[in-house]
Ligand binder design. Sequence first.
Ligand SMILES: Cc1cc2nc3c(=O)[nH]c(=O)nc-3n(C[C@H](O)[C@H](O)[C@H](O)COP(=O)(O)O)c2cc1C
Length: 193
Amino acid sequence: MKKELGAKGYLFPMPVAMIATYDPEGKVDVMNMAWGTLCDTNMVVCNLTSSHKTVKNMKAGSDFTIALATKPLLEVSDYFGLASGNVVKDKFERSGLHAIPSKHVKAPVIEEYPLTLECRFHKDYTDEEGNYMVYGEIVNVLADESILKEDGSIDFAAWQPILFSQIDNAYYEVGPKASAAFSAGKIYLQKKH
Ligand SMILES: Cc1cc2nc3c(=O)[nH]c(=O)nc-3n(C[C@H](O)[C@H](O)[C@H](O)COP(=O)(O)O)c2cc1C
């Protein structure tokens, strides 16, 4: 028996993405974003509340970087989603993390996160309810050597990314790989009904 749960946003998983921007004076801000995703092979889309300091920075000309949160950085990543740079003027300094300028885009790279997407502002859109959608072109990915295997691929066990669930407002760890994609289903291509 299935039970109807009503209209709920039960799509899982969502990312735990740290968006880093500069304000016009070069001050770093970082916010936590779960309502964002890839929308093309090298394009991200972020759904943001217009009043965020991050949005003001983007509208003032900042590009952005996106770093995926990890288990060791869970608390500080959650903090970036609790405090606003509009109110907490030393929001980034309080985190104790460190930023360096991206070589490719006008945005900071937060050094402690092991994997960072460097995104060039592509276009934005504000809907009737005032929600801000921004598209960014991924022009480079920066990865710490510590999360790379010998063949250069990403070692998920070393990286330890976390996921967000809107179902229970919680963070989850990533489990082991289940199978290769675009491959596991091939047995059905041979099957006759
Ligand atoms: C788990 C989590 C996910 C969040 N996802 C989003 C999101 O996708 N879009 C958004 O506008 N705010 C999101 N927020 C809220 C912002 O991170 C928060 O309002 C933050 O203070 C904005 O920072 P800023 O004003 O310095 O830019 C999220 C917060 C948390 C804790």
